[in-house]
Design a protein around this ligand. Structure first.
Ligand code: DQA
Length: 149
């Protein structure tokens, strides 16, 4: 069994820290990655942490997850609300998939209520800010343990 957890981040999340801090908080993606790496290493797993602004790259990485990961934490950002390609790619993944958002999209603009990720995810975590990443890692690793015992 692979012991590599993938955390994949979509468009504009490279600007965390300065992007709408009143919505997304002040932690940068580098801060978030460091906290996840410590947590995952302590659990005896490896981390693949990535960000891209390109939809096709997200599709390629999700296909990689299907072949060589134990679980996926995905913050697809705005593509959550638009991408049938991501929806279809996630259907290829049999490992646990945690959908993640820093904010709570359901409490924001109407267009954020359309969601192509949630129906093909194992579970969703949203509205907890940067802390949600730690929660998602805990949840993903727990699901991996349940699956393999
Ligand atoms: C987000 C929520 C999305 O609606 C938005 O497009 C983002 C960030 C979040 O983490 O809260 O870019 O995924």
């Amino acid at each position: 069994m692979s012991k590599t957890l993938y955390i994949i981040n979509g468009p504009n999340l490279n600007r965390l820290g300065t992007r709408e801090p009143e919505v997304y908080g002040s932690a940068t993606l580098t801060d978030i990655e460091a906290a996840c790496r410590t947590q995952i290493q302590q659990a005896g797993f490896a981390l693949e942490f990535r960000q891209t602004n390109a939809e096709g790259e997200l599709v390629n990485w999700i296909q990689e997850v299907a072949d060589q990961s134990c679980a996926l934490v995905l913050n697809a950002a705005a593509y959550t609300h638009t991408s049938i390609a991501l929806h279809d790619a996630l259907k290829l993944v049999s490992q646990p998939v945690i959908e993640l958002h820093l904010s709570n999209p359901a409490a924001r603009e109407d267009f954020r209520r359309t969601n192509y990720v949630a129906p093909v995810a194992t579970a969703s975590i949203c509205g907890f800010g940067a802390m949600g990443y730690q929660m998602a890692v805990t949840a993903a690793l727990q699901l991996v343990k349940i699956k393999t015992t």
